[in-house]
Design a protein around this ligand. Structure first.
Ligand SMILES: C[S@@+](CC[C@H](N)C(=O)[O-])C[C@H]1O[C@@H](n2cnc3c(N)ncnc32)[C@H](O)[C@@H]1O
Length: 281
């Protein structure tokens, strides 16, 4: 049995390889992005690190009826793509928290570049022990980060603790499909099977409701995003022709294989993608 520290170190090595900021800045230059006039969308091809990209973030924000001035915590904020998109599109303030330390520093730099530093910030930390006071946030947001979390009960308890009464829990997650065969590995969230913890839609919904949340939206978005993801996987599979900006900047050359496996896992119903909006009672 691995200790938490060993697990966290291995997960960090899966997500990030040293020198990420320099790799990203060189790639942006190569792609012709002028950093003095850059917008969040310029970073989306790598920083919106989930199925559906920036489009899914905007859609989820609309689904949750985000309102200007709300204080949002983004749990597993990655390189900050969703946090910046939410601040720009919905005029909310966002605090991101992520277990991968290098992602937090890169997210901070990218946010400064697009001039959102006053409304969007990042902190290194664990979803299982959020460094915030009770009832501090209007909205708890997470996109494709809970797949790495075994203790879902503890995570939802933390979400409930830091949300105000009447606050909103919003998420997009990869969940287990009907097919019980093992996940095809590697995938973008796991280099080996021991990093992935997928629950069925039924079980995760019950857990959230058991913590006192009320369902507002609960949608299987697999059919909606599968075609788009298939096209992205095809475009990025060949390292000779893939776009300059993409998840390979974080995940390295296995990112093409990881994306192909996501497509196969979706096609064979080993996984599904859900969006949910729940209200804290
Ligand atoms: C697939 S990325 C998604 C990043 C971001 N949500 C996005 O959609 O662009 C998953 C992220 O979850 C983070 N993560 C995994 N387990 C975590 C935990 N226990 N606490 C905080 N972050 C975690 C990883 O470090 C990684 O940045």
């Amino acid at each position: 049995m691995k200790t938490d520290a060993v697990f966290d170190k291995e997960l960090g090595a899966h997500y990030s390889k040293p020198g990420l900021l320099n790799r990203i800045l060189s790639a942006l230059e190569q792609a012709g992005v002028n950093l003095n006039a850059a917008s969040s969308d310029d970073f989306s091809p790598f920083a919106e690190f989930h199925i559906g990209g920036a489009g899914a973030t905007r859609e989820l924000g609309r689904l949750a009826s985000l309102r200007a001035g709300q204080l949002v915590i983004d749990i597993g904020s990655g390189l900050g793509g969703p946090a910046r998109t939410l601040a720009e599109q919905f005029d909310v303030r966002v605090k991101g928290i992520d277990l991968t330390e290098e992602y937090c520093s890169v997210a901070t730099e990218l946010t400064k570049i697009v001039g959102l530093g006053a409304r969007v910030s990042f902190e290194h930390g664990n979803a299982l022990n959020l460094p915030f006071e009770d009832a501090a946030y209007d909205v708890a947001w997470t996109q494709q980060s809970c797949m790495n979390i075994a203790s879902k009960d503890q995570m939802i308890a933390e979400v409930s603790r830091i949300l105000k009464s009447g606050g909103t829990f919003v998420f997009q997650e990869v969940l287990a499909g009907e097919n019980p065969e093992p996940l095809l590995i590697p995938v973008p969230w796991a280099s080996d099977a021991g990093m992935s913890f997928l629950w069925t839609p039924k079980d995760i919904k019950k857990l959230i409701e058991d913590h006192g949340f009320i369902e507002k939206k609960w949608i299987d978005v697999t059919p909606k995003y599968i075609e788009e993801y298939r096209a992205l996987a095809a475009k990025t599979a060949d390292t000779n022709v893939r776009p300059i900006l993409g998840a390979h900047l974080m995940l390295g050359d296995r990112s093409g294989e990881m994306r192909k496996n996501v497509v196969k896992n979706l096609e064979t119903d080993r996984i599904k993608v859900y969006q949910g909006v729940f209200m804290k009672d």
